[in-house]
Design a binder for this molecule. Structure first.
Ligand code: SF4
Length: 299
Protein backbone atom coordinates (compact mmCIF):
# COMPACT_ATOMS: atom_id res chain seq x y z
CA UNK A 1 0.00 0.00 0.00
CA UNK A 2 1.30 3.46 -0.93
CA UNK A 3 0.71 6.19 1.61
CA UNK A 4 0.84 9.92 0.97
CA UNK A 5 3.61 11.27 3.18
CA UNK A 6 3.75 14.90 4.22
CA UNK A 7 7.25 15.42 2.79
CA UNK A 8 6.10 14.26 -0.66
CA UNK A 9 2.90 16.25 -0.38
CA UNK A 10 4.71 19.46 0.55
CA UNK A 11 7.22 18.95 -2.23
CA UNK A 12 4.32 18.60 -4.66
CA UNK A 13 2.54 21.72 -3.33
CA UNK A 14 5.50 24.03 -2.73
CA UNK A 15 7.84 22.68 -5.38
CA UNK A 16 10.81 22.18 -3.04
CA UNK A 17 11.87 20.56 0.19
CA UNK A 18 9.94 21.96 3.15
CA UNK A 19 11.10 21.80 6.77
CA UNK A 20 9.26 22.51 9.98
CA UNK A 21 10.28 25.31 12.32
CA UNK A 22 9.17 24.50 15.88
CA UNK A 23 8.07 27.82 17.39
CA UNK A 24 6.33 29.01 20.52
CA UNK A 25 3.28 31.32 20.51
CA UNK A 26 3.49 31.91 24.25
CA UNK A 27 0.00 30.47 24.74
CA UNK A 28 -0.68 28.09 27.60
CA UNK A 29 -3.48 25.50 27.77
CA UNK A 30 -6.92 25.73 29.43
CA UNK A 31 -6.52 22.11 30.47
CA UNK A 32 -3.44 23.06 32.49
CA UNK A 33 -4.21 26.54 33.84
CA UNK A 34 -7.47 25.60 35.58
CA UNK A 35 -9.94 26.99 33.04
CA UNK A 36 -10.89 23.44 32.08
CA UNK A 37 -8.58 21.49 34.33
CA UNK A 38 -5.31 21.73 36.25
CA UNK A 39 -3.75 18.36 35.58
CA UNK A 40 -3.89 18.44 31.79
CA UNK A 41 -3.92 15.30 29.70
CA UNK A 42 -2.27 12.60 31.79
CA UNK A 43 0.54 12.05 29.23
CA UNK A 44 1.33 15.80 28.97
CA UNK A 45 4.63 16.91 30.47
CA UNK A 46 3.36 20.39 31.28
CA UNK A 47 5.42 21.79 28.43
CA UNK A 48 2.35 21.30 26.26
CA UNK A 49 3.73 18.09 24.71
CA UNK A 50 5.98 20.16 22.46
CA UNK A 51 9.36 19.18 23.83
CA UNK A 52 11.27 20.55 20.83
CA UNK A 53 9.68 23.98 20.53
CA UNK A 54 11.68 27.19 20.88
CA UNK A 55 11.63 29.24 24.07
CA UNK A 56 9.90 32.54 24.79
CA UNK A 57 12.12 34.76 22.56
CA UNK A 58 10.64 37.24 20.09
CA UNK A 59 9.23 35.51 17.06
CA UNK A 60 11.97 36.74 14.72
CA UNK A 61 14.68 35.42 17.02
CA UNK A 62 12.78 32.13 17.30
CA UNK A 63 12.54 31.81 13.51
CA UNK A 64 16.25 32.55 13.11
CA UNK A 65 17.23 29.99 15.75
CA UNK A 66 14.81 27.35 14.47
CA UNK A 67 16.15 27.81 10.92
CA UNK A 68 19.70 27.28 12.18
CA UNK A 69 18.57 24.00 13.77
CA UNK A 70 17.00 22.60 10.58
CA UNK A 71 19.06 24.18 7.78
CA UNK A 72 21.82 21.59 8.00
CA UNK A 73 19.28 19.09 6.66
CA UNK A 74 19.09 21.00 3.39
CA UNK A 75 21.64 20.08 0.76
CA UNK A 76 24.44 22.61 1.23
CA UNK A 77 24.05 24.10 -2.23
CA UNK A 78 20.29 24.55 -2.12
CA UNK A 79 19.71 28.25 -2.83
CA UNK A 80 17.70 30.32 -0.41
CA UNK A 81 14.81 30.73 -2.87
CA UNK A 82 14.38 26.97 -2.91
CA UNK A 83 14.09 26.65 0.85
CA UNK A 84 10.67 26.72 2.41
CA UNK A 85 9.47 26.22 5.97
CA UNK A 86 6.23 25.46 7.73
CA UNK A 87 6.05 27.52 10.92
CA UNK A 88 4.92 24.97 13.46
CA UNK A 89 3.26 25.93 16.74
CA UNK A 90 2.82 22.57 18.40
CA UNK A 91 3.23 23.02 22.15
CA UNK A 92 0.21 24.01 24.25
CA UNK A 93 -2.99 25.44 22.74
CA UNK A 94 -2.03 27.99 20.12
CA UNK A 95 -5.45 29.60 19.71
CA UNK A 96 -5.84 30.16 23.45
CA UNK A 97 -5.49 33.92 23.63
CA UNK A 98 -6.88 37.20 22.31
CA UNK A 99 -7.52 36.95 18.56
CA UNK A 100 -5.95 40.37 17.78
CA UNK A 101 -2.72 39.52 19.61
CA UNK A 102 -2.47 36.09 17.99
CA UNK A 103 -3.19 37.52 14.57
CA UNK A 104 -0.31 40.01 14.91
CA UNK A 105 2.02 37.16 15.84
CA UNK A 106 0.93 34.81 13.06
CA UNK A 107 0.89 37.63 10.51
CA UNK A 108 4.48 38.44 11.36
CA UNK A 109 5.44 34.80 10.83
CA UNK A 110 3.61 34.61 7.51
CA UNK A 111 5.29 37.78 6.30
CA UNK A 112 8.61 35.90 6.31
CA UNK A 113 9.09 35.02 2.59
CA UNK A 114 10.54 31.58 3.29
CA UNK A 115 7.57 30.57 5.45
CA UNK A 116 5.25 28.67 3.14
CA UNK A 117 2.53 27.82 5.64
CA UNK A 118 1.47 27.91 9.26
CA UNK A 119 0.68 24.85 11.35
CA UNK A 120 -1.22 25.50 14.56
CA UNK A 121 -1.74 22.87 17.24
CA UNK A 122 -4.81 23.49 19.35
CA UNK A 123 -7.88 22.05 21.05
CA UNK A 124 -11.33 21.97 19.43
CA UNK A 125 -12.81 23.75 22.47
CA UNK A 126 -10.52 26.75 21.90
CA UNK A 127 -11.72 28.02 18.55
CA UNK A 128 -14.41 30.63 19.20
CA UNK A 129 -15.81 32.63 16.26
CA UNK A 130 -13.29 35.49 16.43
CA UNK A 131 -10.42 32.98 16.35
CA UNK A 132 -12.00 31.14 13.43
CA UNK A 133 -12.34 34.43 11.55
CA UNK A 134 -8.67 35.14 12.26
CA UNK A 135 -7.70 31.71 10.93
CA UNK A 136 -9.75 32.31 7.79
CA UNK A 137 -7.96 35.64 7.18
CA UNK A 138 -4.55 34.04 7.72
CA UNK A 139 -5.47 31.16 5.42
CA UNK A 140 -6.13 33.67 2.64
CA UNK A 141 -2.51 34.79 2.88
CA UNK A 142 -0.82 31.38 3.11
CA UNK A 143 -2.10 27.88 3.91
CA UNK A 144 -3.01 27.30 7.56
CA UNK A 145 -3.01 23.77 8.96
CA UNK A 146 -4.92 23.15 12.17
CA UNK A 147 -3.83 20.20 14.31
CA UNK A 148 -6.33 18.76 16.77
CA UNK A 149 -5.22 16.29 19.45
CA UNK A 150 -8.24 14.02 19.47
CA UNK A 151 -6.20 10.86 20.28
CA UNK A 152 -9.27 8.59 20.54
CA UNK A 153 -12.99 8.59 19.81
CA UNK A 154 -13.78 6.68 23.00
CA UNK A 155 -15.21 8.95 25.69
CA UNK A 156 -14.21 6.64 28.54
CA UNK A 157 -10.55 6.65 27.44
CA UNK A 158 -10.61 10.43 26.93
CA UNK A 159 -12.11 10.95 30.38
CA UNK A 160 -9.51 8.66 31.93
CA UNK A 161 -6.58 10.62 30.46
CA UNK A 162 -8.30 13.96 31.10
CA UNK A 163 -8.75 15.34 27.59
CA UNK A 164 -11.40 17.73 28.88
CA UNK A 165 -13.76 17.80 25.90
CA UNK A 166 -16.21 15.38 24.35
CA UNK A 167 -16.39 13.96 20.86
CA UNK A 168 -19.33 16.29 20.10
CA UNK A 169 -17.07 19.29 20.63
CA UNK A 170 -14.54 17.83 18.20
CA UNK A 171 -17.25 17.16 15.60
CA UNK A 172 -18.66 20.69 15.74
CA UNK A 173 -15.25 22.36 15.51
CA UNK A 174 -14.08 19.99 12.81
CA UNK A 175 -17.05 20.95 10.62
CA UNK A 176 -16.55 24.68 11.29
CA UNK A 177 -12.87 24.48 10.36
CA UNK A 178 -13.37 22.36 7.27
CA UNK A 179 -16.33 24.40 6.04
CA UNK A 180 -14.16 27.50 6.44
CA UNK A 181 -11.59 26.00 4.08
CA UNK A 182 -8.90 25.19 6.63
CA UNK A 183 -6.72 22.11 6.45
CA UNK A 184 -7.28 19.84 9.45
CA UNK A 185 -4.87 17.24 10.81
CA UNK A 186 -5.89 14.96 13.66
CA UNK A 187 -3.61 13.30 16.20
CA UNK A 188 -4.27 9.73 17.26
CA UNK A 189 -2.46 7.76 19.99
CA UNK A 190 -2.20 3.97 19.90
CA UNK A 191 -1.85 2.04 23.15
CA UNK A 192 -3.88 4.24 25.47
CA UNK A 193 -4.74 2.34 28.68
CA UNK A 194 -7.97 0.38 28.49
CA UNK A 195 -8.12 0.30 24.69
CA UNK A 196 -7.89 -2.93 22.74
CA UNK A 197 -7.13 -3.41 19.07
CA UNK A 198 -10.77 -3.05 18.03
CA UNK A 199 -11.11 0.24 19.98
CA UNK A 200 -8.11 1.72 18.18
CA UNK A 201 -9.32 0.58 14.78
CA UNK A 202 -12.69 2.14 15.60
CA UNK A 203 -10.96 5.52 15.98
CA UNK A 204 -9.35 5.04 12.56
CA UNK A 205 -12.72 4.05 11.02
CA UNK A 206 -14.36 7.11 12.55
CA UNK A 207 -11.68 9.40 11.11
CA UNK A 208 -11.92 7.67 7.73
CA UNK A 209 -15.68 8.35 7.64
CA UNK A 210 -15.45 12.07 8.50
CA UNK A 211 -17.22 14.40 6.14
CA UNK A 212 -15.81 16.70 4.83
CA UNK A 213 -12.77 14.47 4.48
CA UNK A 214 -9.90 14.63 6.92
CA UNK A 215 -6.77 16.19 5.41
CA UNK A 216 -4.05 14.68 7.53
CA UNK A 217 -3.25 12.23 10.30
CA UNK A 218 -0.56 11.92 12.95
CA UNK A 219 -0.29 8.52 14.60
CA UNK A 220 2.00 7.70 17.46
CA UNK A 221 2.55 5.21 20.24
CA UNK A 222 1.67 6.23 23.79
CA UNK A 223 4.86 7.29 25.58
CA UNK A 224 5.26 7.27 29.33
CA UNK A 225 7.24 10.41 30.12
CA UNK A 226 8.80 11.47 33.41
CA UNK A 227 6.87 14.02 35.42
CA UNK A 228 3.48 13.12 33.96
CA UNK A 229 0.39 11.82 35.73
CA UNK A 230 0.46 8.83 33.43
CA UNK A 231 3.97 7.97 34.65
CA UNK A 232 2.67 7.91 38.22
CA UNK A 233 -0.31 5.76 37.21
CA UNK A 234 1.82 3.38 35.18
CA UNK A 235 4.40 3.03 37.94
CA UNK A 236 1.71 2.33 40.54
CA UNK A 237 -0.37 0.01 38.34
CA UNK A 238 1.59 -0.95 35.23
CA UNK A 239 -0.63 -1.52 32.22
CA UNK A 240 0.61 -3.29 29.12
CA UNK A 241 2.34 -1.19 26.47
CA UNK A 242 2.40 -2.21 22.83
CA UNK A 243 5.55 -3.85 21.51
CA UNK A 244 7.12 -2.44 18.34
CA UNK A 245 5.67 -5.41 16.43
CA UNK A 246 2.16 -4.77 17.79
CA UNK A 247 2.39 -1.02 17.23
CA UNK A 248 3.52 -1.32 13.62
CA UNK A 249 0.79 -3.92 12.92
CA UNK A 250 -1.83 -1.58 14.32
CA UNK A 251 -0.50 1.59 12.73
CA UNK A 252 -0.38 -0.17 9.35
CA UNK A 253 -3.96 -1.32 9.81
CA UNK A 254 -5.09 2.21 10.72
CA UNK A 255 -3.34 3.64 7.66
CA UNK A 256 -5.02 1.04 5.46
CA UNK A 257 -8.41 2.09 6.85
CA UNK A 258 -7.87 5.80 6.16
CA UNK A 259 -8.57 7.09 2.64
CA UNK A 260 -5.45 7.05 0.47
CA UNK A 261 -5.63 10.83 0.01
CA UNK A 262 -5.15 11.39 3.77
CA UNK A 263 -1.71 12.92 4.18
CA UNK A 264 0.38 11.09 6.78
CA UNK A 265 2.17 13.67 8.89
CA UNK A 266 3.48 11.23 11.49
CA UNK A 267 3.69 7.45 11.77
CA UNK A 268 5.66 7.23 14.99
CA UNK A 269 6.60 9.58 17.81
CA UNK A 270 9.93 11.19 18.55
CA UNK A 271 10.20 11.03 22.34
CA UNK A 272 12.54 13.28 24.31
CA UNK A 273 15.13 10.70 25.45
CA UNK A 274 15.81 12.44 28.76
CA UNK A 275 12.13 12.12 29.71
CA UNK A 276 11.20 8.75 28.26
CA UNK A 277 10.39 5.98 30.74
CA UNK A 278 8.79 3.50 28.32
CA UNK A 279 8.53 1.97 25.79
CA UNK A 280 12.25 2.15 25.03
CA UNK A 281 11.76 1.00 21.43
CA UNK A 282 10.10 4.32 20.52
CA UNK A 283 13.54 5.99 20.50
CA UNK A 284 14.54 3.80 17.55
CA UNK A 285 12.50 5.80 15.08
CA UNK A 286 14.34 4.50 12.03
CA UNK A 287 13.66 0.86 12.92
CA UNK A 288 10.01 1.55 13.69
CA UNK A 289 9.53 3.35 10.38
CA UNK A 290 11.32 0.62 8.42
CA UNK A 291 9.16 -2.07 10.02
CA UNK A 292 6.00 -0.08 9.39
CA UNK A 293 6.91 0.71 5.78
CA UNK A 294 7.64 -2.96 5.15
CA UNK A 295 4.25 -3.94 6.54
CA UNK A 296 2.54 -1.31 4.40
CA UNK A 297 4.43 -2.50 1.32
CA UNK A 298 3.48 -6.13 2.05
CA UNK A 299 -0.18 -5.46 2.26
S1 SF4 B 1 -4.32 19.74 25.39
FE1 SF4 B 1 -2.14 19.58 24.88
S2 SF4 B 1 -1.11 21.12 26.15
FE2 SF4 B 1 -3.17 20.85 26.97
S3 SF4 B 1 -2.92 19.33 28.60
FE3 SF4 B 1 -3.49 18.18 26.76
S4 SF4 B 1 -1.52 17.61 25.80
FE4 SF4 B 1 -1.08 19.22 27.33
Amino acid sequence: MKIRTVSEEWKRIYGCKVMKLALSSGCTCPNLDGTIGFGGCSFCTGSGSGEFAAGPDSINVQIKEAKKRVDHKFPAALPIEQRRYVAYFQAFTNTYGPADKLERLYDEVLSCPEVAALSIGTRPDCIPDDILEMLIRLNQKKPVYIELGLQTVHESTAEAFGRGYSLNVFETTYSRLKNAGLTVIVHMILGLPGENKEDMLETARYLAALSPKLDGIKIQMLQILKGTRMAEEWTAHPFPLLTMEEYTDLAAECLRILPEETVVHRMTGDPPRNLLIAPAWTTDKKRVLNMLRKKLADG
